[in-house]
Design a protein around this ligand. Sequence first.
Ligand SMILES: [Zn+2]
Length: 235
Amino acid sequence: MKHIRLAMIMIGVCLTLNGAYAQDKGKGEATSLSKTAQAMAAQGYVNIVDVDPSIRVSLMYTRADNFTGKVLYTDLREAFLHPDAAAALHKAQVELQHLHPGYSLKVYDAARPMSIQQKMWDVVKATSKRIYVSNPANGGGLHNYGFAVDITICDEHGDSIPMGTKIDYMGKLAHPEHEATFLSQGKISKEAVQNRELLRKAMAAGGFKVLKTEWWHFNLKTRAQVKNEGRKPIR
Ligand SMILES: [Zn+2]
């Protein structure tokens, strides 16, 4: 009898714990997006992993080891894009996995609210690095409209494959337009050039074009298009 009562109590405890867990889980799911991400969702932007869960995300501005030396995303950890850009990125991922099964796109930065653009600008505006950042006073850049993505390729373990420089490297070695010269001078490897070509080929399948000065930065639209379409930057 004693044992039965104990068993009853144990079952009761388990049910209560399960109930609490389910409640917490439910709550967690409802509020799992960061505040910044929720604000972007409210403006019609979409979480890339909701469109294609196979795309990896590792936002570089959540860490201090980016070119500004500062953590710029204090809560944002999700990669958001305009729905058209997210659909285009899904096409690029499909193409990449067709060209090289086992590889995946890995997003280092995507949509960026103007408040974060301002923070980034404030860090660099008095330095030589300001040429790499769009001034918010001039409407920002395509990241601020959800039409640009900083991206590389990773293997099945999530490790980035060699691209000749690290992402956000500031210098000519990162310029796709000079690749042939640097290859002939032995400054970047054939493997790195081939990897960059693979990235460009996959991204082109979604309609993305690489920036001349950053092998990792791809735009779906031009600044002129975004302006002509009367789009507003992300708040
Ligand atoms: Zn970029």
